[in-house]
Design a binder for this molecule. Sequence first.
Ligand code: HEM
Length: 489
Amino acid sequence: FFHTEIPEGLRRLPGPKSLPIIGNVLEVGHKPYLSLTAMGKRYGHVFQIQIGMRPVVVLSGIETVRQALIKQGDEFAGRPDLYSFQFINDGQSLAFSTDQSGVWRTRRKLAYSALRSFATLKSKDQEYSCYLEEHVCKEGEYLIKQLNTVMKADGSFNPFRHVVVSVANVICGICFGRRYDHNDQELLSLVTLAHDFNQVVGSGNPADFIPILHFLPSATMKAFKDLNARFNKFVQKIVNNHYATFDKDNIRDITDSLIDHCEDRKLDENSNVQVSDEKIVGIVNDLFGAGFDTVTTALSWSLMYMVAYPEIQERLYQELKIKVGLERTPRLSDKPNLPLLEGFILEVLRHSSFLPFTIPHCTTKDTSLNGYFIPKDTCVFINQWQINHDPELWKDPMSFNPDRFLSADGTEVNKVEGEKVMAFGLGKRRCIGEVIARNEVYLFLAIMVQKLHFQTVPGVPLDMTPLYGLTMKHKPCHLRATLRGSHEH
Ligand code: HEM
């Protein structure tokens, strides 16, 4: 890479000197979102590091990232062939595989329209505006009951452990037409292990870049492979069951609709991109995987911020009490009337930046950015954390302040400010679950804020230090919740 000819008029990428074999692994360290943000201050918004033998370009700054992912979208829309990605969804993942652009685009469109049909389109049930609302309202009610039961039995609860089942049930309902009990061991053993997954696929994991590490025993890597194998088996079993009971006249869920698509496609000889049945039905594996951990992490952090800032929790409760009341379940249609809740969610996304980097990208051809030459097949990290904490964009970026998103009189969310928060990526690879995710986080939170008052466990200090990964979690912890109205008003 260093010896590459630079085309005339372009410059060589700046960046730190690197060591043989390990490259800049030591400087990148265990908190790449901080170390790479600091390097950006020194080298600018486009710079290059080496992880192992492999060059990686790191992008920060909202303008540079917009230029790359939107204006030069096609050139930056690839995925690199990283070691860990081959174990996800048997190497057939929509989000992580190196599928060629035609195949990826076809699958992405299919995934998008399947999500639309089974989440955001109007549901048949007159009572709900869409399937997503129906699933979340029902699961929200179960969650309140579950937290109440656990509080009575144990006096405290682990937020991630319980929220994850409710969120997994929403995406299971959409994808597979079924839900699981809060104590279902098969589901729990899959969904509570997401941390092993996230640690391995977080940007900058040396094992993805230094081939010799593949041959050394690693407990984390073994757990990662096992988890993926179990995850794939879990989904495969459900898919087989759907094939066995498939009825063209009764499409029950996303799995059925993808099977149906395969059948239709066999009749359509004009389709120009060939995608195998496995790759089509396998989309459901990605939707399920992407759909529970991210949303659970957002909700779990939200509960942490609510107990860390009790005065904000109280304001959220008052807003709900006045605008929705305490008699009925909040709905999606209440959202415009709850600006503080929306500002709070935006601030959780910004301040935690729990997806500090997008999934790594890769250039699809030789290109240039801000005058620097970047060859084809270069791995690219997008530093979302940096954008969300950039003092050029945010006043007092390290402080947690939902009011930063509200109009002066507090009655409206400032849309332009809200759009500066980078959580779902941008451009061609932008998250396809964004609308679902935002609505789901909003509705679960509205339901919880209305019914429960959350607190820390007395004498146990709150630790908000994130654990690094693709999605960053807070450390396992316990909180308390009391039913609103039982001990207080
Ligand atoms: C990709 C964020 C929820 C499905 C992504 C990416 C980010 C992201 C940052 C990578 C973008 C890139 O590589 O540039 C989030 C956040 C969520 C969330 C913060 C929740 C708060 C969801 C949900 C679903 C979903 C609920 C599905 C139901 C996907 C898929 C991709 C993706 C399929 C891969 C897209 C591709 O590679 O073309 N998401 N996501 N996400 N997300 Fe989400």
